[in-house]
Design a protein around this ligand. Structure first.
Ligand SMILES: [Ca+2]
Length: 405
C-alpha cells in the first residue's frame, strides 16, 4: 500500500514509500515488547511497518519492483534475548530500535512521511515521523552485486563465493591491488590520489591493455585467433549471452549471471556442488583455458585494465610494452575513461548471424559504455584481474612474466 511520498530517480525509476502488514504474532516473533504497544495493535491484530520500493515503469502502464528495503529487516531490540536481532541498541546506529522512540507504539509505527534522493552520494533520505528520526540509506542493487553490506558487516551473497567481484570502479580496483600488495609484503604500485602507477614496484596492479591482450592471445601469434581458444566462438567455453549456463535466468532473481572463476575447465559440474540458481542438475563445460592456461579471457565479466582508453593510441604508442596514454579520449560526456577488455555475460556473442564483437581478443572498449549511460545495470558486468611484474632473477617464462589471474 503506497503511503505519502514518491521520488523520481535520475534513471527514470520511482522510489515509493509503502507500508506492509505484519500480524501481532509476527511482531512478537520479531522481538517486539507487547507491553509497549498501543491497544490498537492487539485490537486490530497487526501493525504496519514501512518499506521503500523502487519501481521501473513499463510503458504505457504499470511497472516492476526492482529493489526493496524493509524496516522489518533492519530491527534491533534489547527485550527478547531469544530472538536473533537481540543486541545492544546503542552500539548499532545502522539498525532500527524496535522500541521506537520509547512512546507507545502505534499500529502505523514508523509513519515515514517523505523521501528524497541524493544522486551525488547515491543515498536515500527518509523522514520517519513515528520514530522521531531521519534515516539515510546508501542505495545499492544487492541483487546484481555479490558483496552484501547491512551497514555494519560485509558478506558474500548466497552462492557467489567463487564468482568474480563486480560493481567495482577503477579506483576501487587500484585500491584492492595496493591492499593485496600490503597484505603480501610487497610494494604498493598505485598512488590512489592520482591513479598513477609505479611500474618499477613489485606489488599487484591492473594489467596494461597490451599485457591483457598478450595474455588473452595465449601464445597464438601467427595467425592470431579471434577468440582466446580459436577462430570460432564456442558458448561451452565461456560465459556469454544466451550461452545457456546454469547461472543464466530471465529476471533479477538470478543475478549476477556470472559464472565462478575458472568454471569452464572441461568438467561436468553439478548443482549439488555449486548451488547455482538454474534448475539443471549438471552442466558440461568445455575446456576454455587458452595457451597460457588462463581462464575467462573471454566472457563472464568486463575486465578493467590499467590504461586510460585512447581511441587512436596504438597508432602513436611505443612499439614495446605500451602503458596507455596520459589521459583518455573524451567520451560523449566530455570525460576520459579507463579501458576494459574481454566481453562479458551480457555482451559478446553471435546473435542471429551478427557478431557483436565484444568478446573478440582484439576488441577494445572504454568503461564509459558500461557505466554512466547504464545506471541500473552500472558496473554489475565490470570487474578486474590483477597482474605483477616477474620477480627479479626469475627464469623467463610467459606465464610467470604476466602473472595474470
Ligand atoms: Ca551466460
Amino acid at each position: 500500500m503506497q503511503h505519502h511520498d514518491i521520488r523520481r530517480l535520475p534513471n527514470g525509476n520511482i522510489l515509493m514509500l509503502v507500508v506492509e502488514k505484519k500480524t501481532y504474532a509476527e511482531a512478537i516473533a520479531a522481538g517486539f515488547n507487547p507491553s509497549k504497544f498501543q491497544p490498537e495493535i492487539a485490537q486490530k491484530g497487526y501493525m504496519l511497518p514501512d518499506s521503500v520500493i523502487e519501481i521501473k515503469p513499463t510503458k504505457p502502464v504499470g511497472g516492476t519492483v526492482v529493489w526493496e528495503w524493509h524496516v522489518w529487516d533492519h530491527l534491533i531490540q534489547d527485550y527478547d534475548v531469544t530472538k536473533s536481532n537481540y543486541g545492544v541498541v546503542k552500539s548499532h546506529p545502522e539498525l532500527i530500535d524496535a522500541a521506537g522512540d520509547q512512546k507507545a507504539l502505534a499500529a502505523f509505527w514508523n509513519h515515514m512521511n517523505s523521501i528524497d534522493y541524493n544522486s551525488a552520494l547515491d543515498q536515500i533520505a527518509l523522514s520517519v515521523r513515528g520514530n522521531s528520526e531521519a534515516y539515510y540509506y546508501t542505495h545499492q542493487y544487492s541483487a546484481a552485486y555479490s558483496i552484501g553490506f547491512d551497514g555494519n558487516t560485509f558478506s558474500i551473497v548466497d552462492f557467489r563465493a567463487n564468482h568474480p567481484v563486480v560493481g567495482v570502479m577503477w579506483y576501487g580496483a587500484a585500491a584492492y591491488c595496493n591492499g593485496l600488495s600490503q597484505q603480501s609484503g610487497l610494494q604498493a604500485c598505485y598512488n590512489l590520489q592520482t591513479g598513477t602507477c609505479d611500474f618499477a614496484k613489485n606489488g599487484y596492479r591492473l594489467p596494461t591493455e597490451a599485457e591483457w591482450a598478450y595474455a588473452a592471445r595465449g601464445g597464438q601469434y601467427n595467425p592470431y585467433y579471434n577468440y582466446p581458444y580459436g577462430n570460432s566462438i564456442d558458448i561451452t567455453k565461456a560465459n556469454l549471452p544466451d550461452s545457456r549456463d546454469p547461472y543464466e535466468g530471465t529476471d533479477s532473481s538470478t543475478y549476477p549471471w556470472t559464472t565462478p572463476v575458472g568454471f569452464y575447465d572441461g568438467k561436468l559440474h553439478l548443482k549439488s556442488e555449486y548451488n547455482w540458481p538454474g534448475s539443471a542438475t549438471s552442466y558440461q563445460t568445455s575446456h576454455g583455458a587458452n595457451g597460457f592456461g588462463l581462464y575467462d579471457m573471454e566472457g563472464n565479466i568486463w575486465q578493467l585494465v590499467h590504461d586510460w582508453y585512447g581511441t587512436d593510441y596504438y597508432s602513436v604508442s611505443p612499439y614495446d610494452n605500451p602503458k596507455g596514454p596520459d589521459t583518455g579520449s573524451p567520451m560523449p560526456d566530455g570525460k576520459p575513461y579507463r579501458g576494459m577488455r574481454g566481453g562479458n555475460w551480457y555482451n559478446g556473442l553471435v546473435i542471429s548471424g551478427v557478431n557483436d564483437g565484444h568478446s573478440r581478443v582484439s576488441n577494445r572498449d572504454p568503461s564509459y559504455y558500461r557505466g554512466p549511460l547504464d545506471p541500473k545495470m552500472s558496473w554489475c558486468m565490470v570487474g578486474f584481474r590483477v597482474a605483477r611484474n616477474a620477480e627479479p632473477g626469475a627464469s623467463f617464462s610467459l606465464t610467470r612474466k604476466l602473472r595474470i589471474g
